[in-house]
Design a protein around this ligand. Structure first.
Ligand SMILES: [Zn+2]
Length: 437
C-alpha cells in the first residue's frame, strides 16, 4: 500500500527507526478515556479527561506558534478522546484548536494550538463522587497577560496566586497566614457595626465609600452542584439568580461584585479571597439545596460556626458544600491552617453580624417560599470563613424536590428570589446605619 510505504519512509528518514505501524495500537493496561470536557472562561480554561485508570502524562510547551503538547501513556485513542477536538469553542480565550494523534504505540499526543502565551497547571485527581480518575489541564494567562487583565478583574491575580499554591482555605494568602493581622483590640460586644465607615450611598455623601456587596453563585464548571430530578443544574440556577441580584442592587447604586459570572469552577478559598481583596461589607453565597428524600423543601439561610453545627442537617449541608473543591478539582488542598485563635475575637463579632443578616434575609425570603426552618442554622462552611466579613449561605429552594425544581427553573421565581435577597441587603445595611446613629 503506497500510503504505508510513504509513512515508513518518513519515519525512517526522520528518526532512523521504524516503529510498529499497527493502526489501532492499544495499551496493555486497558485504560479507557471515558469523558472529555472543555470549560472555556476568561479567568482560565480547563480541559478535563476522565479515565478508568490513573492517567500517566508528560507535557511541554512550544513557541512560534504557541502550543501545549501533552503526551498520555497507556490509554487507547478512542472516540471520546478524539471528540475533544470538536469541543473547542471559537470564544475560548486560550485554545484555538486541539489535535490528537497516536505518537507511538504507547503514547497519545494531544497538541493544543494556543491563542496566547499561557501558564499551564496540569494535575491528576483521584476518583470522587461520580468522577473517575481525572487529568486536569488548566490554562491560565501568562503573568504579563494576567497583569493587564487585573485592572478589569482582581480575580485574575487571585487565580494566579492560587495557581501557584499561595491561597489558603480561608481566603488569606500565604504571607498573611504567616503573620496574621491581629484582631481589632476591642471586645466583640464593643465592636462597631461592620459598615461603620461605609454609609449608604446618598447625594450628600457621594465622596464616601459605598458598601461593597459580594455575590457568590455556588459551584460552576466541573462542579454542577446538585442536579434536580428533571436534570436542572444548581450551578446554572444560582448564576441566573445572582446576576439578577446584582442587576437590582446595581440599579439602586450599590457596589456589587460576583465571585464568578461564567460557568467556571472557582475554588472556595479564592471566592473568600476575592471578597477580602475588595474589602466586601457582606458576602452572600447563593445555592439550591438537595436531599436524598425528594419531599424535603423550603428556603434556608446559613451562617458560619467554625467549631461545630447547630443541627445535624446543617452539618451535613456544610460537608456537601465543602466537597465542592474536591468535585470541582483543586490542585492545592487548602489545609494550611491559619492561627485561628488570633481571629477569634473578630470572627465572633462577624458571626453575630452574619446571624443578623441571615435573620433579615429569612424574613424576606419567607414571603416568597415556605421556609425549611424558621431560624438561621450554623455549620463550618468553608466559603463563609472570611473572619471580617459578615457571610451567609442562602439555599433558595430544594432542587431535589420536583415542585421546587420547577419553581427554580422559572424566571418569575428567580426574579422574586433576587428581589427578596436585594431587599434583605438593603434592610441589613440601613439597620446597621441606624444602629450607628
Ligand atoms: Zn450548593
Amino acid at each position: 500500500m503506497p500510503i504505508i510505504t510513504r509513512r515508513k519512509l518518513l519515519l525512517a528518514s526522520a528518526g532512523g527507526l521504524i516503529i510498529s505501524l499497527t493502526p489501532f495500537a492499544r495499551a496493555s493496561t486497558g485504560a479507557d478515556i471515558v469523558a472529555s470536557r472543555i470549560w472555556p472562561a476568561t479567568a482560565y480554561t480547563r480541559v478535563t479527561l476522565e479515565s478508568t485508570s490513573p492517567i500517566q502524562y508528560k507535557y511541554f510547551q512550544l513557541t512560534a506558534p504557541n502550543r501545549l503538547v501533552i503526551d498520555i501513556q497507556g490509554e487507547a485513542n478512542n472516540q471520546v478522546l478524539r471528540e475533544l477536538s470538536q469541543k473547542v469553542l471559537p470564544l475560548d480565550p486560550y485554545i484555538a484548536s486541539v489535535r490528537i494523534g497516536q505518537f507511538n504505540p504507547e503514547t497519545i499526543r494531544i497538541v493544543m494550538d494556543l491563542k496566547t502565551t499561557v501558564n499551564p497547571q496540569i494535575f491528576t485527581l483521584q476518583p470522587v463522587a461520580n468522577f473517575k480518575n481525572r487529568l486536569v489541564i488548566d490554562l491560565y494567562p501568562s503573568t504579563s497577560v494576567a497583569l493587564a487583565q487585573e485592572a478589569n478583574d482582581p480575580l485574575m491575580a487571585l487565580l494566579q496566586d492560587y495557581s501557584h499554591g499561595k491561597i489558603n482555605s480561608d481566603g488569606t494568602t500565604l504571607a498573611q497566614a504567616a503573620a496574621p493581622t491581629p484582631p481589632v483590640p476591642t471586645t466583640p460586644a464593643a465592636k462597631p457595626p461592620v459598615i461603620d465607615q461605609t454609609p449608604l450611598p446618598s447625594k450628600s455623601n457621594t465622596n464616601k465609600r459605598q458598601p461593597v456587596i459580594m455575590i457568590d453563585p455556588g459551584h460552576g464548571g466541573e462542579d454542577p452542584g446538585a442536579t434536580g430530578p428533571s436534570g436542572l443544574h444548581e450551578k446554572n440556577v444560582v448564576l441566573a439568580i445572582a446576576r439578577e441580584v446584582k442587576k437590582q442592587l446595581d440599579a439602586q447604586g450599590y457596589r456589587t461584585y460576583m465571585t464568578r459570572n461564567e460557568d467556571i469552577f472557582i475554588p472556595l478559598g479564592v471566592r473568600v479571597a476575592k471578597a477580602r481583596k475588595l474589602k466586601a461589607d457582606l458576602f452572600m453565597s447563593i445555592h439550591a439545596d438537595a436531599f436524598t428524600n425528594p419531599s424535603a423543601k423550603g428556603t434556608g439561610v446559613y451562617a458560619l460556626n467554625p467549631k461545630g453545627a447547630t443541627s445535624a442537617a446543617a452539618k451535613y449541608l456544610a460537608q456537601t458544600q465543602n466537597a465542592a473543591d474536591a468535585i470541582g478539582g483543586v490542585q492545592y488542598s487548602s489545609d494550611k491552617n491559619v492561627n485561628n485563635t488570633l481571629f477569634d475575637l473578630t470572627q465572633t463579632a462577624t458571626i453575630n453580624d452574619s446571624l443578623k443578616l441571615g435573620k433579615i434575609m429569612l424574613n424576606h425570603l419567607g414571603q416568597i417560599n415556605k421556609l425549611h426552618k424558621g431560624t438561621v442554622d450554623q455549620a463550618n462552611f468553608a466559603v463563609l470563613k472570611a473572619p471580617d466579613i459578615p457571610s451567609i449561605l442562602i439555599e433558595t429552594a430544594f432542587i431535589s424536590n420536583p415542585t421546587e425544581e420547577k419553581l427554580l427553573s422559572t424566571d418569575a421565581f428567580r426574579q422574586k428570589a433576587a428581589t427578596s435577597i436585594a431587599n434583605g441587603v438593603k434592610d441589613y445595611l440601613s439597620g446597621a446605619v441606624l444602629a450607628r446613629r
